[in-house]
Design a protein around this ligand. Structure first.
Ligand code: NAD
Ligand code: IPM
Ligand code: MN
Length: 364
């Protein structure tokens, strides 16, 4: 097949990890006789520096014309004091909105030989397999009004948590559909004891549950869910939740797997290209050192193969390749956890090279 992939490396470790994901996709293309055409464009802080805006028009156009977007990460301390329209994160949000990718799938799976990399007890993390379905284009991130005014008590500041029923409906529907194909358990996470938006969310979920009799729907308040995710993560199959709750819970869930450097994501809309990015950020504290874990981005590339290109076998080969190098003991520093000293500690390039070699072997 021929596919056009937009590559948006972004800032910090973004370029380091996307380079490796592209090299991996090149290997996959070669093994299975596909033609992947890559085109790179700026987003985030580097785009602000070179063009004055975090999402240049040409980047959005390129993304829209592609079959899938591979993204590194945006942001960094250099731009942290900038106003909203000159912040790297604003560019990422505009890209998500521009492509209408309302559903962010964040799989939380534990590689069995990495259980010791997690600070949690072995019996808690071993066997965890959950999927967070995060609403991505609504809620507090996009609600209006927002901003500051001068009031009698100093600055008066507003953010708005807003959802339309249509937005709630489409994300919940996806949650039910995915749960139906998995272990048929759907946990809807909200704050219905306080927020009106959550109460509507719950009502819509309850009504929709009639259409999915095989799926067991339960509701959980977000504060309690935050506790259960680390206390007993195995109880979760599919978790569906609004934008900000999903953002926070997925970083928390990363602790179960051992490192945020492992977790991929796919952001999907009703049609059009998806965005594939690690759930981690630009990691300014380790940028440029060659030690970032490239696996989250490489696994995001596997999700691109699966969800945007329909190449299930190729996606699995990548995932098997990653599993194999981890089984062989390869570890980037973030994964060494308690087994430091024993582990085979390597940097970004070496880890990625080993995955490419493993992918070749698995594909044979
Ligand atoms: P972060 O995810 O960048 O880093 C948190 C911690 O995890 C750091 O200690 C970092 O070194 C470590 N880490 C992250 N990815 C890693 C990897 N692949 N390998 C090894 N270690 C890794 O979160 P932060 O420090 O809160 O944010 C830094 C910047 O990134 C901010 O500007 C933030 O807005 C941005 N950010 C961007 C995205 C995105 O582009 N999707 C996501 C989250 C944060
Ligand atoms: C993520 C990030 C982004 C988010 C930021 C950088 C806008 O934290 O992808 O999880 O909050 O969605
Ligand atoms: Mn986040």
């Amino acid at each position: 097949m021929h596919a056009k992939i937009a590559v948006l490396p972004g800032d910090g470790i973004g370029p380091e990890v996307t380079t490796e994901a592209v090299a991996l996709l090149d290997v996959v293309a070669h093994l299975y006789n596909h033609q992947f055409e890559f085109e790179t464009a700026p987003i985030g802080g580097n785009a602000i520096d070179s063009t004055g805006t975090p999402l240049p028009e040409m980047t959005l156009t390129l993304a829209k014309q592609s079959d899938g977007v591979l993204l590194g990460a945006v942001g960094g301390p250099r731009w942290d004091k900038e106003p909203a329209h000159r912040r790297p994160e604003t560019g990422l949000l505009a890209l998500r909105k521009g492509l209408d990718v309302f559903a962010n799938l964040r799989p939380i799976q534990v590689f069995s030989n990495l259980v010791d990399a997690s600070p949690l007890k072995r019996e808690i993390v071993d066997g965890v397999d959950m999927l967070i379905v995060r609403e991505l284009t609504g809620g507090l991130y996009f609600g209006r009004p927002r901003g500051r005014t001068e009031g009698p008590d100093g600055i008066d500041v507003v953010d708005t948590l807003q959802y339309s029923e249509r937005e709630i409906r489409r994300i919940l529907k996806l949650g039910f559909e995915i749960a139906e194909k998995r272990r048929r358990s759907l946990t809807s996470v909200d704050k219905a004891n306080v927020l009106e938006s959550s109460r509507v969310w719950r009502e819509v979920a309850e009504a929709m549950a009639q259409d999915y009799p095989k799926v067991k729907l339960s509701h959980q308040l977000v504060d309690s869910a935050a506790m259960q995710i680390v206390r007993d993560p195995k109880r979760f199959d599919v978790v569906v939740t609004e934008n900000l709750f999903g953002d926070i819970l997925s970083d928390e869930a990363a602790v179960i797997t051992g490192s945020i450097g492992l977790l991929p994501s796919a952001s999907l809309g009703a049609d059009g290209p998806g965005i594939y990015e690690p759930i981690h950020g630009s990691a300014p504290d380790i940028a440029g050192q060659g030690v970032a874990n490239p696996l989250a981005t490489m696994l995001s590339a596997a999700m691109l193969l699966r969800h945007s290109l329909g190449l299930e076998q190729e996606a699995q080969v990548v995932e098997d390749g990653v599993r194999r190098v981890l089984e062989e003991g390869a570890r980037t520093p973030d994964l060494t956890g308690s087994s430091i000293g024993k582990a085979d500690v390597i940097g970004t390039e070496e880890m990625a090279k080993r995955v490419r070699e493993a992918v070749k072997k698995v594909a044979e």
